[in-house]
Design a protein around this ligand. Structure first.
Ligand code: HEC
Length: 214
């Protein structure tokens, strides 16, 4: 359900930005009458789009395991852009309309940064992480990395499903597929290729393989 919300949210955000791109352009080129006509015709769609925009965003916000600073800046930017747009278009004030549009685009960028933002949590027991040690166990290494970095969404047992996370125990992916999704992320799953080195990603993938029930 989270992933469905995420896709709906992205779609309505794009529609909302398009709508404001048209309105801001008409204001900037001085087409007051066309702007008034367009705004009138777009009123109902705009109401639906903005309601969906805020509603899907709010529901997802409550399901996220944690909220980082980019997410907070994004929300502030979105909420600051609304009154600026209302006043800007009411008074045909180009500067306010532009500022509002810039904040809207900026919040889109912040959303992307928020998704990619991951802080690596080091494993508590560093002895499991030494790949050169004679008793090195790759699955134990993966398990420790997993416990420190992945349980917020996937849970201890891999089945928590928070923020649209897939149940890892029934994953159909092979090791290459698992490495690929850990590295590049997908939907609410962040990309980890800059967070972990190859050895760590491989250990995580081996651990995920080990908890698969099939
Ligand atoms: C912010 C939440 C979040 C965190 C943290 C997270 N994941 Fe995910 N994970 C997801 C989501 C969401 C999906 C489903 C992506 C999709 O739509 O296919 C997913 C999917 C996966 C899959 C693919 C499963 C399949 O069968 O398709 C693997 C493997 C995986 N995660 C491993 C990990 C590992 C390992 C970590 C820790 C390094 C981790 N995840 C951290 C959210 C998260």
């Amino acid at each position: 359900m989270f992933t469905g919300l995420l896709h709906t949210h992205k779609l309505v955000v794009i529609l909302f930005i398009l709508l404001y791109l048209i309105k801001t352009t008409l204001l900037l080129i001085g087409k007051k009458e066309t702007l008034a006509n367009f705004s009138k015709k777009a009123r109902i769609p705009e109401m639906i789009i903005s309601t969906l925009f805020l509603l899907t965003g709010a529901v997802m916000l409550f399901q996220l395991p944690e909220i980082n600073q980019f997410m907070i800046f994004k929300i502030v930017a979105v909420f600051a852009s609304i009154p600026l747009a209302v006043i800007g278009f009411k008074r045909y004030n180009k500067a306010l309309a532009i500022l509002s549009f810039v904040l809207l685009i900026g919040s889109y960028g912040l959303a992307e940064m928020s998704r990619r933002y991951v802080k690596k949590v080091e494993v508590a027991d560093t002895s499991v992480a030494n790949a050169a040690a004679p008793n090195y166990d790759v699955v134990a290494h993966g398990k420790a990395l997993y416990a420190a970095n992945c349980v917020a969404c996937h849970g201890e047992d891999g089945q928590a499903g928070i923020a649209g996370a897939k149940n890892l125990t029934i994953s159909q992916l092979d090791e290459v597929g698992i490495i690929n999704i850990i590295s590049n992320g997908k939907n609410a799953m962040p990309p980890y290729k800059k967070v972990f080195n190859e050895q760590e990603i491989s250990a995580l993938a081996k651990y995920v393989q080990s908890i698969k029930s099939n």
